[in-house]
Design a protein around this ligand. Structure first.
Ligand code: IVH
Length: 637
């Protein structure tokens, strides 16, 4: 159905429910969308405490754990183990009564958590009503709400661009997003959920953890797919070693593998250590790979919004198989808090993260002349006096024509508009040569002028000009995202484009018209109106129009389960041919690209996958198989 039809039906449903609350079905979509903000989260005392897990950092520690278990109960020898990925998110407990979600809470301190029911309802992975049968009258399903890594990176980019403090990691982002007072913010964050436990355990007819997980899946819960049952600890160790390589390829942070005694009847007997940790489970963790190298210089990149982003230029060093020579330093507060100085030896990690991070300086190796670092007073690109708004973490270059900002703006535009061959170096070259001064100038480029530049031959110049011309066909949503309007990411751009359909109509919209669109808050509406009101931007858009830009949004584009997603197919798939896979992906609203990039949603790998798989691993892009692809499309196989 069209968006307009959906909105009409949704409003009608809301009216019916308001008039007669009895009519509200427990899985009404109005429970997922549209709850009012709360003033504070209510405290919730857990009926059964939410425990944590002991850790084992080596195979020897696993042996010691098993030895203790066997002393308590010799039956452990034949009980088998269930292995599960340890998801690094925020633990939640979901109370279901007669198959209906009644209460959702955070873990809190394990005894008292917070009631986040309205927020949990905005997470599509969490069922409002259970499917299938066999669930007890009342139970708590426990699991982990997590922030997919790519969403997390996009969120942090938006936060930095808006001058807000980025989240330190996906776990904090998940916990913060769950504890919002306004559920519409939680919904926007697109959190996901995996279930792994039911309390009370003895309320269930299952003998093993494995059967329990399978049942959770039948009832409609996502369960992490890499789970595996093994007969012995020796087998567990081999499987864990295999899983260790898989963890960095997942699109969520995983901080180990949980080993659980599979036979549930042994759990009470094995008991709880210190009222905190069950003895029947242990988290096998891997020390993150950390490398030490010299921090040569703290450099600054000027972002599209003028935010000054400090980063470390490092003596190249190999971390988890990848050579690293740059790492992010986030912001000046973080550098000050960790007292990171130029000339220091610093610890670098990539543990699960795509972008390398500087952890801390090695104080013992600090050169005598190293001095604390501070943000320069002048923009390193244009010399303007740097601004630091009192309630923001970021520092800004206020000059809208700062070459640093213009460069980033054009690079972003080229990336989003998928103009092949127009990367960072090329844009810098075009700006330096004076051939372009803003994005719209790209559409004036003539091949004859390009061939005067270093690195261009007749053919490559022609190809670039053609690629630029072809980008005029992109839909309005892509164009809006490419413009780099504050707070307008790919998702918001799609909402705006679907509502207004043409640039003309959006440009003439009032702040009220923009603000009342579901999913658009007042901050976004303000930013959009501001953008179109600014003289420089009006001029820029007029230039685009003079080049024949008439971006529109059609009804079909961007719909389907894979809308907005980009897949790369590599190797031979078990049942689908390459062209059939492409057809399936496109039919579900997704796109198929030839090469793996940061923007690739996932690589679908078959047998003999080749270098695309290596590249996906290096970039931290998710790797899936044909079965998972078909599941996402909504086809059972
Ligand atoms: S079992 C009583 N299984 O890790 C056993 N926990 O460090 C409790 N976690 O609070 C949990 N993935 O939030 C279990 N597959 C998994 C898990 C998992 C992530 C979290 C959980 C727990 C924390 C303990």
């Amino acid at each position: 159905m069209s968006d307009a039809e959906f909105d009409r039906l949704f409003r009608e449903l809301r009216e019916i429910e308001a008039a007669d609350p009895e009519m509200r079905a427990p899985d009404s979509p109005t429970l997922r969308i549209g709850a009012e903000p709360q003033s504070a989260l209510a405290k919730h005392r857990h009926r059964i405490p939410m425990l944590s897990l002991a850790n084992a950092f080596s195979d020897e520690e696993l042996d010691a754990w098993e030895a203790r278990l066997r002393r308590i109960s010799p039956q452990v020898a034949t009980a088998g183990y269930q292995l599960e990925v340890k998801i690094d998110g925020a633990a939640v407990s979901l109370t279901y009564e007669r198959g209906i979600l009644r209460v959702a809470t955070t873990r809190g301190n394990g005894v008292i958590g917070e009631d986040i029911t309205v927020n949990a309802r905005t997470i599509p992975d969490i069922p409002l009503t259970l499917q299938g049968d066999g669930w007890p009258e009342s139970m708590e399903v426990r699991g982990e709400v997590y922030f997919p890594i790519r969403n997390f990176e996009a969120l942090n980019r938006r936060r930095s661009a808006a001058g807000e403090t980025p989240f330190a990691n996906p776990r904090n982002a998940a916990a913060g997003s769950l504890r919002q007072l306004d559920p519409s913010i939680t919904r926007e964050r697109k959190l996901r959920f995996f279930a792994f436990q039911v309390e009370p355990e003895d309320s269930l007819p299952f003998a093993t953890q494995r059967e329990l997980l399978d049942a959770l899946e039948r009832w409609g819960f996502p369960v992490e797919p890499h789970r595996r049952r093994v007969a012995s600890l020796a087998e567990a160790k081999t499987a864990i070693a295999g899983l260790q390589n898989v963890l960095p390829t997942l699109n969520f942070e995983a901080d180990g593998v949980v080993v659980k005694v599979d036979r549930i009847s042994l759990h009470p007997e094995l008991g709880i250590v210190g009222e905190r940790e069950p003895r029947w489970a242990i988290a096998r963790k891997f020390a993150p790979e950390v490398a030490v190298t010299k921090l040569l210089k703290i450099a600054i990149n000027v972002g599209r919004t003028g935010a000054l982003n400090p980063y470390a230029i490092l003596e190249p060093v190999v971390v988890t198989g990848v050579t690293v020579s740059n790492a992010t330093l986030h912001n000046a507060d973080l550098i000050a808090a960790r007292d990171i100085r130029e000339g220091d030896y610093v610890e670098i990690t990539r543990a699960g993260e795509v972008i390398p991070q500087v952890l801390a300086p090695v104080i013992e190796r600090r050169p005598q002349n190293a001095v604390p670092w501070s943000m320069p007073e002048k923009c390193p690109r244009c010399g303007s006096a740097v601004e630091h708004p009192p309630d923001e973490v970021m520092y800004f270059c206020p000059n809208v024509s700062c070459p640093g900002r213009v460069l980033e703006t054009i690079v972003h535009f080229a990336q989003v508009m998928e103009i092949r061959g127009l990367g960072y170096q090329r844009v810098a070259q075009l700006l330096e040569s004076g051939l372009i001064a803003d994005v719209a100038d790209l559409y004036d480029l003539a091949p004859e002028r390009l061939t005067e530049l270093e690195g261009f031959a007749t053919k490559s110049a022609r190809q670039l000009v053609d690629a630029i011309a072809a980008s005029k066909q992109r839909p309005l949503s892509t164009f809006l995202f490419a413009l780099g309007i504050r707070h307008v990411g790919a998702g918001v751009a799609r909402i705006l484009a679907r509502e207004f359909r043409t640039l003309e109509r959006l440009r003439n919209a009032t702040i009220e018209q923009v603000g009342e669109i579901p999913g658009i808050g007042s901050i976004i509406a303000d930013a959009v109106i501001h953008f179109f009101a600014e003289e420089r931007n009006r001029h820029l858009l007029a230039e685009f129009e003079s080049h024949g830009f008439r971006p529109t949004e059609s009804d079909v584009s961007g719909e389907g389960p894979l809308a907005g997603q980009i897949y790369v197919v590599t190797g031979t798939l078990p049942t689908l041919s390459r062209s059939e896979a492409t057809r399936q992906i496109e039919g579900a609203g997704g796109r198929v690209a030839a090469n793996v990039s940061q923007r690739t949603t996932a690589v679908v790998a078959g047998t003999d996958p080749g270098t695309k798989l290596d590249r996906a691993r290096a970039l931290g892009v998710e790797v899936i198989d044909e079965g998972e692809l078909l599941r996402r499309i909504g086809r059972k196989f």
